[in-house]
Ligand binder design. Sequence first.
Ligand SMILES: [Zn+2]
Length: 330
Amino acid sequence: MKTTSIKFLLSFLVLGFFACGTGEGDSAANAPKQNNNAPKANKAKIPAPNFNADSAYVFIEKQVAMGPRVPGTPTQKVAADWMANKLRSFGAKVTVQESTVTVYDGTRVPMYNVIGAYKPEEKKRVALFAHWDTRPFADMDTERKDEPILGANDGGSGVGVLLEIARLIEKTPPNVGVDIILFDVEDYGVERAETYCLGSQYWGKNPHVPGYKAMYGILLDMVGAKDAIFHQEGHSLAFARPIVDKVWKAANRAGYSSYFPYRQVNPITDDHYFVNTLTKIPTIDIIQYDPHTEKGFGAFWHTHDDDMDIISTTTLKAVGQTVLETIYSE
Ligand SMILES: [Zn+2]
């Protein structure tokens, strides 16, 4: 995802850029309509299962053991196949969107968005997103800047949490349908915001199901570092404030309010921005960002320190249980 230092200006530029392609961009007005007069479905509430952070940790370890998951390298396909097989083994209906995208320097690279659907026939759905690719360079490091990072947290953690959620959904299905959507080629960008998030931009224009709709979406990005805090991010508030409220309340109910303080931070260009603008599915970003730290995203960000040493099962548990509490309360 894109650093926030120039993000504000960039987000306006991108808004302008995409306004040409997508027509008017007011997400609130165009959000999926819910019929408030319909009788409430009297499905009994299903208690949220217990998120197993050790299991999520192992899913991250498996990805990191593959090495950097960089678009255009042999590991890219290995990792995509592994995630598709994992989702299949957890009972999801799997679609792999395969295409080619052009990165910032004109290079064409393969792209694999890996998607697992639960209860695909159900109209009431929640979309859970993460990016799975890792950055091809360590541009925030002081050494070996041109080498790819391992991306335990930036890439690995969101996938780890969502695979554990998939495992639990198969055992105890919630009332709603759930789509787990793992985007490729998020972190190959340089400077301009639209050079990031190429997998989500592709999916936003070519959803895996024509006319795909979900009640809302939750993106997880960098959700596994020790001492992470998740603030209410600007684009999430602008496009999907009721979903921010819903998830922060769920964090409180689950006992993780200290990880989800009621504090707002500036917008960050991440996959949710393109999901919101291209599909109008109100989507929030759960992302580690603290404006009072030097980098905002944590000292490991886009460096070779982003390895298993910074991953904390306590943080994974806080995020995973909060997401489960949210979808099982539907
Ligand atoms: Zn990144």
